[in-house]
Design a protein around this ligand. Structure first.
Ligand SMILES: NC(=O)c1ccc[n+]([C@@H]2O[C@H](COP(=O)([O-])OP(=O)(O)OC[C@H]3O[C@@H](n4cnc5c(N)ncnc54)[C@H](OP(=O)(O)O)[C@@H]3O)[C@@H](O)[C@H]2O)c1
Length: 366
């Protein structure tokens, strides 16, 4: 049973990891606190950017000799494998701590099992402390890392009557600066930002993290069956890596043109005449895209929803009405209310003068 000091330390570790979310991607953003043998905070750390130490190591370094006989409190089960860095379990054993308290198990087959290893070495280990709070930070990463495709958030900005562009095609900017800044935070938390070719042709977005302190840029992904992305599109600029996902049979000349411009182009199977989104998501997951955000437009969003590839919906709703214009999502093939896609709302907040709604797709008895 975790002590009040350990629970408080876990709360502190969650807060620290929340502030760092996005920086260590594709590694999980973990927070750790080391308590000394009297239960006082001796060190704190979060996961460093890729290739750097994990949270436990940073916290142990900060604690120094005070870790001996103490407790490591950490939001994710300590890893037991040597990957880009050494195993955290080895560092914990070397530091002479007595007890380890963590919130959530590591879903990766290679890294998981650390708790068992520590128990076998004689340490007291407790799982599940503030698991719900830790999942607010680590939930999407755990879903992507433990699954066969990335955790996917579909984000859109719309008027209160659900229009994402006006009848004349104008769509910038529907929401205010606070909402746009929040979108950049969301991008930073992701490994990839995905859009359809329709959005690239209509808006020429750059899709980088700009309005948020960014130590890395997510991969930009354009879903473009026939390699129609213009060579001067801003999404192809040098500010971040871009992947253009085309479908079998796309014009080889256009593909080569994109490659010569320095863009990675992949050829995926066609499904109903367009890019097979399951194949795309499988490919992204293989490339350690664990968390992705889909930024439209309506046509691509509909395909992702119909294919069952959306986990979370993030809507920014502006207090305005358009009456006509593009809907947030295209035809889902639903004819009657009973068949509506069901969501569960997680959060409703004000973002400047806009309303931010975060919801997840209901599964089973959810
Ligand atoms: N307010 C917002 O949040 C927001 C966000 C984004 C966009 N928008 C607006 O939305 C509009 C663009 O949306 P859009 O619906 O026309 O285009 P889109 O959804 O961005 O792109 C659709 C295109 O993606 C390609 N695609 C490839 N594989 C696909 C698949 N499996 N399923 C569906 N599409 C696939 C298709 O063209 P190919 O088959 O030729 O590849 C398709 O026409 C613009 O007006 C933009 O301003 C608004």
């Amino acid at each position: 049973m975790a002590t009040p000091a350990e629970r408080e330390a876990m709360g502190r570790a969650v807060v620290a990891s929340t502030a760092a979310l996005g920086a260590p991607n594709p590694n999980p953003c973990v927070g750790a606190v080391v308590l000394d043998r009297d239960g006082a905070v001796a060190g704190e750390g979060v996961t460093s950017p890729v290739g750097g130490p994990h949270a436990e190591i940073n916290a142990l370094q900060a604690a120094g000799a005070r870790a001996v006989g103490g407790t490591v409190v950490v939001t994710l089960e300590p890893c037991r494998h040597t990957g880009r860095t050494g195993a955290c379990t080895a560092a914990i054993l070397a530091a002479g701590v007595r007890r380890v308290v963590y919130a959530l198990p590591d879903p990766l087959a290679t890294a998981g099992g650390g708790a068992e290893e520590l128990r076998r070495a004689g340490l007291e280990v407790e799982e599940g402390v503030l698991a719900e709070e830790a999942a607010a930070v680590l939930g999407p990463w755990r879903a992507g890392a433990g699954g066969v495709r990335p955790h996917l958030t579909w984000k859109y900005a719309a008027t209160l009557d659900g229009r994402t562009a006006a009848a004349d095609g104008t769509s910038q900017w529907i929401t205010g600066t606070a909402a746009r800044r929040d979108v950049h935070r969301e991008r930073f938390a992701s490994d990839a930002v995905i859009v359809g070719i329709g959005t690239v042709l209509a808006d020429d977005p750059q899709l980088t993290v700009r309005d948020w302190p960014a130590s890395r840029q997510p991969l930009r992904v354009v879903v473009d069956s026939d390699a129609r992305t213009p060579l001067d599109a801003r999404v192809l600029d040098a500010s971040a890596a871009t992947l253009v996902a085309t479908a079998a049979g796309a014009d080889p000349g256009r593909r080569d043109g994109l490659r010569q411009a320095g863009t990675e182009v992949v050829e995926l199977p066609r499904h109903a005449g367009q890019v097979d989104l399951v194949a795309l998501c499988t490919l992204l997951r293989q490339r350690e895209v664990f968390v992705a955000v889909l930024e439209g437009g309506a046509t691509l969003a509909a395909s992702f929803v119909v294919a069952g590839l959306v986990d979370r919906v993030l809507a920014y709703l502006a207090p305005s009405l358009l009456g006509a214009g593009s809907p947030a999502v295209g035809d889902l093939g639903i004819k009657t209310l009973a068949d509506a896609v069901q969501l569960r709302v997680d959060e409703v907040t004000l973002c400047g003068s806009d309303v931010r709604v975060a919801a997840h797709l209901a599964v089973g008895s959810d």
